[in-house]
Write a protein that binds this ligand. Structure first.
Ligand code: URA
Ligand code: CA
Length: 434
């Protein structure tokens, strides 16, 4: 097989066979096929696309390019949740203990990553003592004993995807649906998921800004999963404004605790119940989505979800007393309010701009080397559709430096007020199961 012939084939709009796709991914991983040829191929895929069979083959070839986590010693169906990423997305912190409380095994491999705030692990590390440096045997034992554990990314998972994603980033080929869908799905499958629940965000704060693009990506991933025998479904949820109120690491842990107590923001609670119902159903712990939702609501009401969160934190060295006493979480030195300059109704809270403001405070990482400040961030006091009086606080700013002028300016620009009330965008746009 010659790579140049395969580039030509795809350039001309023909499909690549299973063997050809494996040849390309193996050769790229071991360095026998150079970057320049793979660049040409990804550009050909960008223009010509891939059919469902090619997408499934590409996903599996990337899964097989490195280590695969074997979770077979954990009883039950391992359902993983994946979010395409948003601003102040606190769902993982809530969903883990929530679905674990009704018997869904949660064996989560998570990362830190770049973004407006840290990743799930950074957030959890705002609980003093909590750590994810556990070995694989301990991880499996914790899931079997407690129903939930989180481990840091280790091993050599999907090296082909790492190389390909970096190459796409500098060759203007990131935004190709077959390449994005196979990239995301390969990582979930390599991490051992039996079934996958996807939260595809749409709106200003999302990777997929338009509903049409979000739908296309969601459907592509659901088809890949179902074609390779991993039951997969996707929820398309709104990310035009941040989710919940809190954007920041310790602040989101506090928000997750509130939500597990049944006192959380309405949108975050609803999204967790929706995604959670699908996870419970995929794990076969309920016969219908309605029954699954009832189980989850009960776990919040009777305190078992909150209890599960405490068990999980202490099992990994964390001080679980923060759950009853959130003041023990890292606290910022300065708490300041962003006062409304006029009265009106909130019509827009541009999620990615608000995310950038949180990052200016130090809540997220711009580069892998940046230090995160776990205490800082933003708490929205208003959401789209709310009425505001002049002088009222729109946002509470938690900062470790006194001069937050730049942050305030950014926030004023991203929050729009008008005299007319508008209906907030729907939280759940669609649910896609095939
Ligand atoms: N996220 C991924 O993991 N892969 C992509 O290709 C795009 C977004
Ligand atoms: Ca939030």
């Amino acid at each position: 097989m010659r790579m140049v012939d395969l580039i030509e084939k795809k350039r001309n709009g023909q499909e690549l066979s299973t063997d050809e796709i494996h040849f390309i991914i193996q050769g790229y991983t071991d360095g026998t096929i150079p970057d320049y040829q793979v660049s040409a191929l990804t550009m050909a895929i960008y223009f010509q696309g891939m059919n469902d069979r090619e997408r499934a083959d590409l996903t599996m070839a990337m899964v097989e390019s490195g280590d695969q986590i074997d979770l077979s010693e954990i009883e039950g169906i391992k359902v993983d949740k994946h979010s395409t990423g948003g601003v102040g997305d606190t769902t993982t912190l809530v969903l883990g203990p929530l679905v674990a409380a009704v018997g869904v095994p949660v064996a989560k491999m998570s990362g830190r990553g770049l973004g407006h705030t840290g990743g799930t692990i950074d957030k959890l590390e705002s609980v003093s003592g909590f750590h994810v440096e556990i070995d694989k045997n301990e991880f499996i034992k914790l899931v079997n004993d407690n129903g939930i554990a989180v481990i840091g990314q280790s091993g050599n998972l999907t090296p082909a995807d790492k190389k390909l994603y970096a190459l796409r980033d500098v060759t203007a080929t990131v935004d190709s649906i077959p390449l994005i869908a196979s990239s995301i799905m390969s990582k979930k499958i390599a991490a051992g998921a039996d079934a996958i629940c996807l939260d595809v965000k749409t709106g200003a704060g999302a990777f997929m800004k338009s509903l049409d693009d979000a739908r296309e990506l969601a459907s592509a991933m659901v088809r890949i999963g179902n074609n390779i025998q991993r039951k997969t479904m996707a929820v398309i949820s709104d990310m035009s404004q941040p989710l919940g109120y809190a954007i920041g690491n310790a602040l989101e842990v506090k928000e997750a605790i509130d939500t597990l107590k049944g006192e959380g923001p309405e949108d975050l609670t609803e999204l967790c119940l929706t995604l959670g119902s699908h996870m419970v159903y995929l794990a076969k712990k309920a016969d219908s989505l309605a029954q699954a939702r009832e189980l989850l609501k009960n776990a919040i009401k009777n305190g078992s979800a909150l209890e599960k969160f405490k068990t999980f934190l202490s099992a990994q060295g964390g001080d679980a007393s923060v759950v009853d006493n959130p003041a023990k979480l890292p606290q910022a030195n300065y708490i300041m309010e962003l006062a409304a300059k006029e009265s009106g109704y909130v019509t827009e809270i541009i999620a990615d701009e608000v995310g950038t403001a949180a990052m200016l405070l130090g809540a997220g990482r711009a580069t892998k080397e940046s230090q995160i400040d776990l205490a800082v961030g933003l708490v929205l006091n208003k959401k789209i559709g709310d009425k505001v009086n002049k002088g009222e606080s729109l946002v509470t700013i938690h900062s470790n430096f006194a001069d937050v002028q730049e942050v305030k300016e950014k926030l004023y620009k991203s929050i729009q007020l008008s005299n007319e009330k508008i209906t907030p965008p729907p939280l759940i746009h669609e649910e896609i199961t095939k």
